[in-house]
Design a protein around this ligand. Structure first.
Ligand code: PA5
Length: 466
């Protein structure tokens, strides 16, 4: 099981000014947390509650249908291109980066066991997209287009380019076999298109929003297509969920993480740094940044009052950022709370040779040591230096990076976000703040009905809204 260690947020460790009197605050919030956790889980099936993602780890039928499709196409495709953005992309990418060989795309077909290489198109920058099409073989490429709404300009424009590319290069009857669509069961623009064209489809279930969708087909289909065990991920979620459903604050790591982050935000620490000490988990930082920012950064509270609240998440990765951001983390403003992710043991280790520069005294301490020992020492030291500098920090530890524990990590952070949303008194499942720029884009691109916004979008009028 993964574990959360929060001892370094205590006043005892980082001082009263920067830390929390944990016994006191846990006592103070015990009842409130109990109500919140009970309410969240009670609402997991409520229409319009946006909490159906709590059920995904138990959905055996979903796992079966994904595995069945993955099995049916095995060996047909050398490359898989996922078209999606935000919640429709970040989780799947983090998942493949963590659970596949770190240089998967460079492995031979044989070493990949006939499973596809993967690419994610999550930008409309043609310097990313055009070279990809130059490189791919249409006969051997599968596109997985993911959009709950089907109206997302970035995803749909890339999809139209991909479809045209397939049509130019394949027989008409073949094209649909190279496209899978993941979208809403009934609503949206992509659903009728997919049904009409006869694509294989999977659902983004009702009441599962983008950034909470990694454990439906959005994240799990790319995983299954690359041979990752969906069953192990679901088992990991189920086993952890027993603790996360527990209304007792002292036993619930998601509630502990949420409460600590909330209280430190309220006490002048608006920045939340997420720093895995793992190359394989580096992209989890990007996923976390979106989850935390889009869920908690809100103008209005649940009563409609303007509060402009929300912690700013910052991405970091150990050990790389020790030579980049850690100077700021240790000596800059006291405005941050840190979440480290540590991994018990790497899948592979290396020994630093003992006889390479034996004449160089300053390097002798490295001789013959496992590289993992250096990684651990650097993690422990960075954490200790932050603690000495009175910077509150939490550590989530995974025994190893595998499907079971990876799923636990993401699920823990999802539940933590839902609880944090309640503590902040906001709706963590909406994202009204991204709408305005979308409307301006529609205006600039000539979408019907948005003409009036053109001068504002061009910056010719200063009104923020029309
Ligand atoms: O978390 C979210 O809700 C968003 O990031 C969406 O996932 C993103 O905007 C893409 O939306 P869609 O799946 O409708 O294309």
């Amino acid at each position: 099981m993964i574990e959360l260690n929060y001892r370094n947020v205590s006043a005892e460790k980082v001082g009263r000014e920067n830390g929390l009197e944990l016994d006191a605050v846990f006592g103070e919030y015990r009842e409130k947390i109990s109500e919140i956790v009970t309410r969240i889980y009670a609402e997991k099936d409520r229409d319009g509650g946006w909490k159906r993602w709590l059920n995904l780890g138990y959905d055996k039928a979903l796992a079966d249908s994904l595995n069945q499709y993955a099995h049916s196409v095995k060996g047909q495709f050398s490359d898989m291109v996922v078209l999606g953005i935000g919640g429709s992309s970040l989780g799947g990418y983090a998942l493949l980066r963590a659970l596949l060989h770190p240089y998967w795309n460079q492995l031979s077909d044989e070493k990949r066991n006939g499973l596809p290489r993967f690419y994610f198109v999550e930008n409309v920058d043609t310097d990313q997209i055009a070279p990809l099409f130059e490189m791919l073989d249409p006969q051997r490429t599968l596109f997985v287009v993911i959009s709950k709404s089907g109206t997302t300009a970035e995803t749909m424009s890339a999809f139209m380019i991909a479809k045209e590319w397939l049509e130019k290069n394949l027989d008409a009857a073949e094209v649909k076999k190279h496209i899978v669509a993941i979208t809403d069961a009934k609503k949206g623009v992509l659903r009728p298109v997919a049904d009409r064209e006869g694509y294989q489809t999977f659902e983004v279930p009702d009441d599962v929003g983008g950034r909470f969708s990694v454990f439906c087909a959005v994240g799990l289909l790319p995983a299954a297509l690359c041979g990752i065990s969906v069953a192990e991920m679901q088992q990991g979620i189920q086993d952890l969920d027993k603790a996360l459903q527990n209304p007792d604050l002292s036993k619930n790591p998601a509630a502990q993480g949420a409460l600590i982050q909330y209280l430190l935000y309220e006490r002048g620490k608006p920045i939340s740094v997420f720093m895995p000490y793992s190359y394989r988990l580096a992209s989890v930082s990007d996923w976390y940044v979106q989850l935390w920012a889009e869920s908690l950064g809100k103008k209005h509270d649940l009563n409609g009052d303007v509060i402009h609240v929300g912690p700013t998440p910052v991405r970091a990765v150990g050990v790389t950022d020790q030579h980049s951001q850690v100077q700021l983390f240790n000596e800059g403003p006291h405005d941050k709370v840190f979440t480290f992710v540590a991994v018990g043991k790497p899948e592979r280790d290396l020994t630093i040779p003992a006889n390479q520069f034996s004449e160089v005294e300053d390097l002798n301490y490295l001789n013959g040591k496992p590289m993992s020992q250096l990684m651990n020492a650097e993690f422990e030291s960075t954490r200790a230096s932050l603690t000495s500098n009175q910077r509150p920090n939490l550590t989530i530890t995974l025994p190893q990076v595998d499907a079971y524990h990876f799923a636990q990590l993401l699920y823990l952070l999802e539940v933590q976000t839902a609880i944090a949303g309640e503590l902040f008194g906001i709706d963590p499942f909406d994202q009204p703040g991204v709408e305005l720029a979308k409307k301006y884009t529609y205006a600039l691109m000539g979408r019907k009905g948005y003409e009036e916004l053109i001068p504002v979008a061009r910056g010719e009028k200063s009104e923020a809204r029309v």
